[in-house]
Design a protein around this ligand. Structure first.
Ligand code: SP5
Ligand code: ZN
Length: 345
């Protein structure tokens, strides 16, 4: 299985994030991708490719042009404002406030276009995120050309980013960009399976009213886990999309058999949908040793996940999302991909 590697991921490098009233060392750091790359170099699963530039159009199919313009210029504006260190939002247009008027103030637009204060924006965030989406599109090209599977190694991740907001360490929704590009390439039905520990609120929202992209997610219960405000089991889609969204929230500390039960339920829904492509939002923060999450998967379970997905028989695009036990994520991701590659043969 080929890997498309976003060689510019390191341009997004936050030093700190807010946690319980203070700045703590950032969890979503460049070393994450380096550990995955090292594992793939030590025990190669296929060629390593660089991203091909597909331009802005595929991003604009998913994200609001005004939001993309904001992201592109944000660092310069922050500098002009005299911002020191990474940029954080401090005010949000909740409920009774207006979000239909884009203020001139940069501080206000940081809030308008974000969902949390836990996602530092740095000097190279836009460039890293742009090339991340290009990497996802390049990996999709491999699958569209007939490869059984492909993997996109990138950061920052994407699944929390909505059509017009960043958050949860995410800026551009790579899974949504790839799924939409697959639709635009002529595939009628695309399934997205999100196995990151956190609910993929951005991806869900982008496709919520659509019947052509099925979103299924297994994640920590939003009653207690980030992103808190989406990801409940009663969210089944709306309008034409009713019945094309399926959430499987699980309690903190859930055992692995119950996680795999939820996987079977999610896959049953996807099988009924009969997709022509499977996009996997591959977060490995479900790992027992993850510092911010509370599931217990380990190396054998990651291999089992890969094998199980291969047995579905669908062209499959893996996109890197979360996973914060930095030194373990390389081999955790490798286990999923190797499990897939061995069973896909
Ligand atoms: C893509 C992805 O996995 N995003 C996750 C965003 C989670 N943001 C909230 C982080 C809360 C940090 N909690 C620290 C707990 C330290 N014991
Ligand atoms: Zn996550």
């Amino acid at each position: 299985m080929k890997t498309v590697f976003n060689g510019r991921h390191g341009l997004h490098a936050a030093t700190h994030e807010f946690f319980r009233g203070r700045l703590v060392p950032a969890f979503e750091i460049p070393a994450r991708a380096d550990f995955v790359l090292n594992a793939l170099r030590e025990r190669p699963l296929g060629e390593l490719l660089a991203p091909v530039d597909h331009g802005m159009a595929p991003l604009e199919r998913v994200h609001a042009p005004a939001y993309l313009r904001f992201l592109q210029g944000a660092w310069d504006e922050w500098q002009q404002l005299g911002g020191e260190g990474d940029a954080f939002p401090a005010v949000w247009p909740v409920r009774t406030l207006r979000s239909d008027v884009e203020p001139r103030s940069f501080a206000a637009r940081m809030g308008l276009y974000s969902m949390d204060s836990g996602t530092p924006l740095t000097s190279g965030s836009w460039e890293a995120a742009y090339w991340g989406a290009q990497s996802a599109l390049t990996a999709l090209d491999q699958v569209l050309a007939g490869e059984r599977g492909a993997y996109c190694l990138t950061r920052p991740p994407g699944h929390h980013a909505g059509a017009d907001f960043f958050g949860g360490y995410c800026f551009v929704n790579n899974a949504a960009v790839a799924a939409q590009a697959a639709r635009d390439a002529g595939l009628a039905r695309v399934a997205i399976l999100d196995v990151d520990y956190h609910h993929g609120n951005g991806t869900q929202a982008i496709f919520y009213e659509r019947a052509d992209v099925f979103f299924a997610s297994i994640h920590g219960d939003p009653q207690t886990e980030y992103p808190f405000f989406l990801g409940h089991a009663d969210e089944q889609g709306a309008g034409a999309g009713l019945g094309f969204n399926a959430n499987f929230p699980l309690p903190v500390g859930v055992d692995n058999e119950r996680w795999f039960d939820a996987l079977e339920q999610a896959l049953g829904r996807l099988q009924a949908f009969d997709p022509q492509l499977l996009v996997v939002s591959l977060g490995v923060d479900t790992y027992g040793g993850d510092p911010i999450s509370h599931f217990k998967l380990d190396r054998p379970e990651f291999a089992r996940l890969g094998e199980r997905l291969a047995r579905l028989g669908w062209p499959t695009l893996f996109l890197q999302e979360g996973g914060y036990a930095t030194e373990a994520i390389g081999w955790n991701v490798h286990a999923v991909l190797q499990g897939f590659a061995q069973a896909a043969r």
